[in-house]
Design a protein around this ligand. Structure first.
Ligand code: PMP
Length: 407
């Protein structure tokens, strides 16, 4: 195993050496988006400077090179997540678009009076697309799994929600607020035992753990590149081929057709049937560099490092009077959502920023979860491969400076 060389890792991220208001940057908003290593930025540069031509449309060399870069990425993603074929790897704008695609297209096949199971810890991206479907199909019902005090899903309740009408279950692999790692493999197996397909929102899981879609046996898996050191504006929907073949196109336009006439149009083969219009081929071409970055360190090593930082931070935070941490599941990813006394999360975030500490505040696009917890929002610190114990110390020191001011 390679050593965890934090200096070398940080050296790949020029942004980490900048200052905020004269203070060294302590970037702890990795759940919202991670920073991008130089290798990815250089690949984006090269995509524009050396390779730019539209994909799949040209016979000329540049277009073929750009196409090859994009399709190389598709093969890389297939291998990275353990998909069976490139036909199962659809490029999207991100997790949000991937889930919208499934809700809109797969959802159009749902039987009358179908029921969709979600959980109370979902990001809005895994709630609103299903509600939009429901607004077109008022016969559909949405059922919601609750959590316990530690922030774990109530699995018995989950199982009890299934009946003959259940047509879909959709839940996050890891909560972006609580950090809870859900037992998705077990949940998928249960859904399948009832003949119900499952979408897993992997946005917060895949940057921190090995994901094998075949091992999970999920029907769909959605994730975003920008949370895993990759370019913004691209993401992936993995879908089992048997579903994708049955699903109607999500959007119409170029790239996704076989033949167009005013008498009728036929659609392209998978995966292109779901990729209407010009994709962010420059971003897609650069994405493999982000996967290389993760692989070169090793995802288990990254997760171990992040976990150590989280435990170190949580232990220090719990020494602070009035500290409440939301999400205490034993199986937890490197996210700490918290409040101190009755200090408003927004005020806390503003003052921490003055000390160079960048954390997220608010509802984190999980308003139903906030409602469940009886709060309007939290402060959230989250960790990535490049964070350090010294940064945790700076964060704790900053907390200890701002709390007396705000109390
Ligand atoms: N699901 C979860 C669990 C998330 O954390 C996020 C991003 N915060 C999303 C979905 C949406 O991701 P994106 O904005 O990249 O589409």
């Amino acid at each position: 195993m390679v050593e965890y060389n934090i200096d070398e890792i940080r050296g790949e991220f020029p942004i980490l050496s900048r200052t905020i208001g004269g203070k060294p940057l302590v970037y702890l908003d990795n759940t919202a988006t991670s920073q991008t290593p130089r290798s990815v930025v250089e690949a984006i540069d090269s995509g524009y400077l050396d390779f730019k031509a539209n994909v799949h449309r040209g016979v000329h060399t540049l277009s073929q090179e750009a196409t090859e870069l994009q399709e190389e990425c598709r093969r890389r993603v297939r291998d990275y997540i353990g998909a069976s074929s490139v036909e199962e790897v659809i490029f999207t704008r991100g997790t949000t678009e991937a889930i919208n695609l499934v809700a809109s297209s797969f959802g159009s096949l749902f039987p009358k009076d179908g029921e969709i199971i979600l959980t109370v810890m979902e990001h809005h991206a895994n709630i609103v697309p299903w509600q939009l479907l429901q607004s077109r199909r008022p016969d559909l019902k949405i059922k919601v799994v609750d959590i316990n005090d530690k922030g774990e899903l109530l699995l018995e309740q989950y199982r009890s929600l299934f009946n003959n009408h259940t047509c879909m279950a959709s839940f996050c692999h890891v909560s972006n607020v609580l950090g809870t790692i859900n037992p998705v493999k077990e949940m998928i197996a249960y859904a399948h035992s009832k003949g119900v397909p499952v979408l897993v929102d992997g946005a917060q899981a895949i940057p921190h753990m090995h994901v094998d879609v075949k091992d999970l046996d999920c029907d769909f898996y959605a994730f975003s590149s920008h949370k895993m050191y990759g370019p913004t504006g691209i993401g992936v929907l993995y879908g089992k081929k048997e579903h994708l073949l049955r699903m109607p196109p999500y959007q119409g336009g170029g790239e996704m057709i076989a033949h167009v006439s005013f008498e009728g149009t036929t659609f392209a083969e998978l995966p292109f049937k779901f990729e209407a219009g010009t994709p962010d081929f420059v971003g897609i071409g650069a994405f493999p560099k982000a996967l290389d970055f993760i692989d070169e360190i090793g995802i288990e090593k990254i997760a171990g490092h992040e976990h150590e930082l989280m435990e170190y931070a949580e232990a220090k935070m719990m020494e602070i009077p009035g500290m409440r941490i939301f999400g205490n599941a034993p199986d937890k990813s490197a996210v700490i959502s918290f409040l101190v006394g009755d200090i408003h999360h927004y005020d806390m975030g503003m003052l921490l920023d003055k000390l160079g500490v960048e954390v997220r505040t608010g509802h984190h696009c999980a308003q139903p979860l906030m409602q469940r917890l009886g709060i309007s929002g939290t402060v959230r610190a989250s960790f990535a491969a490049y964070n350090t114990k010294e940064e945790v110390d700076a964060f704790i020191a900053a907390l200890n400076r701002v709390i007396p001011i705000l109390s």
